[in-house]
Design a protein around this ligand. Sequence first.
Ligand code: IPM
Ligand code: MG
Length: 365
Amino acid sequence: MQFNIAALLGDGVGPEVATEAIKVLEAIGEKFGHTFKFHHGLVGGVAIDISGVALTEETLEMCRNCDAVLLGAVGGPKWDDPKAKVHPEDGLLALRKELGLFANLRPVKVLPMLVNSTTLKPEVIKDVDLIVVRELTGGLYFGQPKKRWQTPEGRQAVDTMVYSEQEIERIVRVGFEIALARRKKLTSVDKANVLESSRLWRQVAMEISADYPDVELEHMLVDACAMRLIQRPAQFDVLVMENTFGDILTDEASILAGSMGMLPSASLAGIPKGGASKAFGMYEPIHGSAPSRAGQNIANPIATILSAAMMLRYSFNLITEAGAVEKAVLEVLEEGYRTYDIMETGKTKVGTKEMGGLIAERLIR
Ligand code: IPM
Ligand code: MG
């Protein structure tokens, strides 16, 4: 089969890690007889430097004409001025909104050989295998009104947390569908003791649960969830939540896996069924552009490579191929290869290109 992939490598370490994911996808193509065609475009700071905006209409159109988007990372100190009119992150938010990527999947799995690379006790994190389903195109990020103004008494600002029942229903369904293909437990996270939007969220989640009698649904307040995530993280299977809660809790959850350099993500425009789909999606590592590490061939490409595996599973419905990438990553780690962020004594330290190369080689040999 042939697939068209928009490759937006972005800023900082983005191009380095995305290049390794492309290498791995090419190896998958060779082994399984698929053709992946990469269409390069600019997003983030590099786009601002050249065109004055973080995402051009042209690049957006190119993404629309592809089957999926592979994104490296955006941002850097050069574009950080809070008074600037454009920010690299605007490109990311525009892609999410314009491409209708409402479902953000962020799996956190603690690999047995990496239990010692976190600051948390091994016995707390050892069986962690959870996935956060974050709503990505609504809530405080996009709700109107959203503005700042001057009053005689001083400045004021407002952001709006607004959700329609349709928006809640489709993301909660993603949570249920993913839970069905896993351990069949769904935790819906809200702040229903205070927020009206959360009360609607909880009500809709309860209504939808009638369609999924095999999935156990629990509701958890977001503050309690923040606590549980580091107290007893192994109890979670699938968590579903609104945009801002998901932003905050996924940074917290990333600590469980030891390094941000290990965590992939998928942002989908459709609802996966049976743990896979052909939905349009954008795939990127959870970590940022890490400007201080850029250009040194040290960044861990595994998060981006695992994001490419998610692309195979959730946009191309290629489950065997996705599994092959994940297995190759595990094997390379089992053999003791480590990038700097997960390095331990007695292991072999490798750079970005070497790590990508080792994983790609396993796929074609
Ligand atoms: C994330 C990031 C983004 C977000 C930023 C870069 C706009 O923190 O993907 O979690 O807030 O969604
Ligand atoms: Mg975030």
